[in-house]
Ligand binder design. Sequence first.
Ligand code: HEM
Length: 214
Amino acid sequence: MRALLISKWTKVAVFLFCLIPFCDLVWRIIKSNLGANRVEFLQHATGDWTLRFLVFTLCITPFRKLFKLPDLIRFRRMLGLFAFFYVCLHFLTYLGPDQAFDLSAMWKDVAKRPFITVGFAAFVLLIPLAITSTTGWIRRLGGKRWQLLHRSIYFAAVFGVVHYYWLVKSDVRKPLFYGGLVAILLLWRLGGWLSKRRSQAPVGVAAPRVSVSG
Ligand code: HEM
């Protein structure tokens, strides 16, 4: 398994796999096969893939630990950057066809519609993560600060789910499904963090005894 995970061809294969949704969209655009509402189709497909890639990225750490596959880390950056790639496409399908590239109209919409506000907040949170995803930036920021900054992916995923939940009109099953996945992945981390804190607490430091006998 390790040989497979560290092979450069596996990385190439994962990269190509991540490009499939994009190629599918390009193919559909060429073939004019986007259904009755083309913009809605593109918005939904890119939104769905953003959320899926956020979940894939969040799965890496638990999977590394649960299945004892530390080399899975090789794919985390790629998956995170693909989440960012799809959210950029998602944002463009909104900014272009929806808002006609009118930035002032976009700001008004961001301020007016709560589901757009949280979606936009999630997008903004992902920008510094994409910029600082390189080894150079890890060195520049230092491991601890870099890790702290990259925890904002948790908020981006939660905001993404809230955005989805708020925008659907009736059938909330899909947003709830993603919400459940994100909740499990975040609770798993919280559990790990709490047990680490407990194990690091100083042992044998008892409260000072008060002697009544003087
Ligand atoms: C991490 C960030 C984001 C995630 C995870 C996300 C996810 C999603 C998902 C899952 C959908 C629905 C797909 C479906 O119905 O199958 C969606 C729809 C949509 N999103 Fe996002 N989104 C994000 C950011 C944004 C941003 C930044 C904007 C615009 C500023 C935006 C605007 C929209 C719009 C306009 C729709 C379609 C709404 C409708 O059909 O009425 N999203 N998004």
